[in-house]
Design a protein around this ligand. Structure first.
Ligand SMILES: Nc1nc2c(c(=O)[nH]1)N[C@H]1C(S)=C(S)[C@@H](COP(=O)(O)OP(=O)(O)OC[C@H]3O[C@@H](n4cnc5c(=O)[nH]c(N)nc54)[C@H](O)[C@@H]3O)O[C@H]1N2
Ligand SMILES: Nc1nc2c(c(=O)[nH]1)N[C@H]1C(S)=C(S)[C@@H](COP(=O)(O)OP(=O)(O)OC[C@H]3O[C@@H](n4cnc5c(=O)[nH]c(N)nc54)[C@H](O)[C@@H]3O)O[C@H]1N2
Ligand code: SF4
Ligand SMILES: [Mo]
Length: 702
């Protein structure tokens, strides 16, 4: 019996914790995972681990996980070979494009795409050949407003200033619950300790959230905000900073601040208070506290991104940091200097160069808002989508109006999914192409090193051998590309393995050949616990990619959107708005089939303030019917004094009891899908991002 210790970053969420994984090999059998622990020698994550990482072994061993390509024949699934599968995809997609045009094939790329470097480096090798404008992804049910505000203000969608959590004296958090999510667009393993450290050094954490979340509960101050009211609150704060002379000059080159000040002066705290349900005096005090702190950072995430004014919110977050002198400053918000730098190597992006066919929603970076996906399939006429490719995504559970999407998927001529499971979405596919599991893959974080609160880098080899007949994700895309190119007579550029691309990226980067660190694949392999490249530091001015290399504080698109904001109404007396939530033992719409992970009490219920329950004659634990414009679901309700009155919270990613799904529900609780209630027409109209939070609902006894 041999035991081997492997050091490896966890790829499951954005925190990229270092793990120590023990495998045991007996008598020539395949190695088994025998222990998963936090890696104390990872200087970034310092031994932190959460329950999801322990479930990595369950993903590995899960009998439901697909291990070979599956083809649907009627209601049955049959295993087929790779060459046959690639040929079938090529032939069907080529035929559909020949008949109906390139845009008749749509693509949806889901969240694990950014956690898996083979998908990052190679999915476009095939998808790019399709030349379709109908590209969609989870970005537009998530962080599109972050990218758009950075693109408009700094000239690049990936110039995302990250909170300097380890040095700040005041952290204002809106719409994020890092104690459950482990941080997002802020790669921060061990976030609870880092937040407590702010408090221990005499600083403050303030959380703005319609629910007293786990993070709000440990904060120095928590403000309830009406869902979707954050822009109003932030306008109030920014106006107070201007009015009361609390601004500080920035070292950064900035255009447009006087225009901002003039344009928003009508949105003062007194006018904004009824819209966000925060008293004007508290808005003013928040601005004063923020400005008075030696250093401060305003950080907004999911909760303020997936709402009706998501892009205005992120613009305001940037402006508040900027005018208080906290942008590009230690203890404020700083851009990372990653070893493989997409900001340096790519152009800034583009916005609104074309629009979706049916609703005219703007593209960003070559993608259209996913809220438009179903209508592009259901609306007849030239350009109608007839085929879909999903990659590591489950849009039936993760995008608004999932029921409508199901109907649309059912009518497609062809669908292929690159995925590990037969789940709520892939059950509609004609073909499912499963890759190796993550522990059979090498790993480099192309994405989350870019968002990390320190500059870090690590590369880890696969810890388990590639099973016979299996393909890595990137090999699947190479196979698809070759088959499609052969079928259509297109020319295919040569490619190389992802590890080789990373090696090139590292050597060409700021710590590469000629730099003191000399990072390359080989040096990273010598440092299995990762390499610390130092704290974040000021660097924004030379990296700006706007046309005149100056920050654009007043982009025309933002100023134009003020008119839409000005129409926001104060709440009606009986308003009930639905928001979402996450739990540390969840991962979006999957990982519910691992017993070790989902054990414990149920977590799928609707949370409601006790007064709101009483008002409706409902009681704790009762089964209720929740209705919105687009549908109704039934679920149990839990009384929670942590909920703001007039707000209910339902986590997404549930609703597993759908026919044909072949995944165990380990908790025995299928739950109901929040996205059977969210509305594909409820958008942040500027970016097209779905407004998943702040959905008007009614709740009655079931
Ligand atoms: N109401 C509401 N809706 C939401 C949210 C919310 O807060 N509220 N959050 C939104 C957010 S932030 C996101 S990111 C989206 C996520 O939405 P999606 O990205 O659409 O969905 P996931 O649940 O992440 O689905 C991941 C899929 O990838 C597969 N998979 C896992 N690992 C791999 C792999 O290594 N390779 C391949 N090929 N496949 C793999 C899984 O089987 C699963 O089918 O949901 C969004 N939807
Ligand atoms: N355990 C676990 N971790 C995850 C995930 C997971 O599913 N499970 N998903 C990963 C993904 S894909 C992402 S994008 C990140 C997201 O990470 P976070 O951005 O931290 O997301 P959440 O934990 O959903 O926290 C969002 C908070 O916003 C609040 N909120 C809702 N509406 C509003 C509003 O209108 N205004 C304000 N101010 N707050 C509001 C909610 O009450 C909630 O507390 O998490 C990642 N990490
Ligand atoms: S917080 Fe948990 S899931 Fe996220 S990277 Fe760390 S161990 Fe993995
Ligand atoms: Mo996300």
């Amino acid at each position: 019996m041999t035991k081997t210790l492997h050091h490896r970053a966890c790829h499951l969420c954005e925190a990229i914790c270092g793990l120590t994984i023990e495998t045991t090999t007996e008598d020539g059998a395949a190695p088994r995972i025998t222990s998963i622990k936090g890696d104390a020698l990872d200087t970034f994550s310092r031994g932190h681990i959460c329950p999801k990482a322990v479930a990595l072994q369950d993903i590995q061993n899960d009998p439901d996980r697909l291990r070979q390509p599956m083809r649907r024949v009627g209601n049955q699934w049959q295993a087929i070979g790779w060459p046959e599968a690639f040929a079938l995809v090529a032939e069907r997609l080529a035929a559909i494009q020949a008949r109906h045009g390139a845009n008749a094939v749509a693509v949806y790329q889901g969240n694990p795409s950014v956690h898996n470097y083979g998908l990052m480096t190679h999915s476009n090798y095939f998808l790019g050949l399709l030349k379709t404008r109908n590209r969609f992804s989870a970005t537009s049910v998530d962080q599109l407003p972050h990218h758009l505000s950075s693109y408009l203000m700094y000239g690049h969608g990936f110039l995302l200033p990250i909170p300097d959590i380890d040095h700040t004296d005041f952290m204002l958090i809106l719409g994020a619950n890092p104690l459950a999510s482990n941080g997002s667009i802020m790669t921060v393993p061990d976030v609870e300790k880092r937040l407590k450290a702010i408090q221990a050094r005499g600083g403050k954490v303030v959380v703005v959230d319609p629910r007293r979340s786990e993070t709000a509960a440990m904060a120095n101050q928590h403000l309830f905000v009406r869902p979707g009211g954050d822009a109003a609150l932030l306008f109030g704060v920014l106006n107070t900073l201007f009015e009361e002379g609390l601004t500080r000059d920035s070292h950064l080159p900035v255009d447009g601040l006087p225009e901002v000040r003039a344009a928003i002066s009508r949105f003062g705290p007194e006018a904004m208070s009824p819209l966000c349900a925060v008293p004007a005096a508290q808005i003013r005090q928040l601005a004063r506290d923020f400005a008075a702190a030696p250093s401060a950072v305003c950080y907004g995430r999911m909760g303020v991104s997936t709402q009706a004014f998501g892009t205005l919110c992120h613009w305001l977050v940037q402006l508040i940091n900027l005018v208080t002198g906290n942008l590009d400053r230690v203890g404020g918000a700083l851009c990372t200097e990653p070893a493989v730098d997409l900001v340096a190597s790519t152009s800034g992006g583009h916005f609104n160069q074309w629009q979706s066919r049916v609703s005219g929603l703007a593209e960003y970076g070559g993608e259209l808002p996913v809220s438009a996906l179903a209508e592009e399939m259901l609306t007849e006429g030239e350009g109608q989508v007839r085929a879909l490719i999903t990659v590591a995504g489950n849009p039936v559970l993760s995008t608004p109006n999932g029921r409508q999407l199901e109907q649309a998927l059912d009518g497609l001529e062809f669908m292929v999914s690159v995925d590990l499971y037969i789940n709520e979405t892939t059950r509609y596919a004609d073909l499912i192409l499963p890759s190796t599991s993550s522990l059979e893959n090498d790993h480099y974080d192309t994405t989350f090193n870019m968002f990390a609160v320190r500059n870090v880098s690590r590369f880890n080899r696969a810890i388990l051998p590639k099973p016979d007949g299996a393909l890595y994700d990137w090999e699947i895309f190479v196979g698809l590309a070759q088959a499609f190119a052969a079928h259509t007579g297109k020319e295919l550029k040569p490619t190389m393995a992802p590890a080789q691309m990373i090696d090139r990226g590292l050597r060409a980067g700021r710590y590469g050949d000629g730099a003191a660190q000399q990072l390359s694949l080989a040096t990273l392999l010598d440092h299995p616990h990762g390499v610390d490249l130092g704290a974040l530091k000021a660097n924004l001015a030379p990296r700006l990619k706007t046309a005149n290399q100056r920050i654009q504080a007043a982009p025309a698109q933002m100023l134009a959107d003020l008119q839409r904001f000005a129409a926001l109404q104060a709440p009606a007396a009986d308003e009930l708005l639905m928001i979402g939530r996450r739990h540390v033992r969840s991962n979006n719409s999957w990982m519910h089939n691992y017993h070790r992970l989902v054990k414990g009490k149920p977590r799928h219920q609707l949370l409601m303030n006790p007064d709101d329950l009483a008002h409706r004659g409902l009681s704790d634990g009762q089964r209720v019917r929740i209705s919105s414009r687009i549908g109704a679901i039934e679920v149990e309700v839990l009384a929670s004094a942590d909920m703001m009155p007039g707000v209910v919270s339902l986590p997404h990613g549930w609703g597993h009891a759908r026919p044909g799904v072949q995944m165990e529900i380990a908790s025995g609780q299928p739950g109901a899908s929040a996205n059977d209630l969210t509305d594909e027409r409820q958008l942040d109209h500027l970016s097209g991002n779905a407004a998943l939070n702040g959905v008007p609902v009614t709740v009655v006894a079931a």
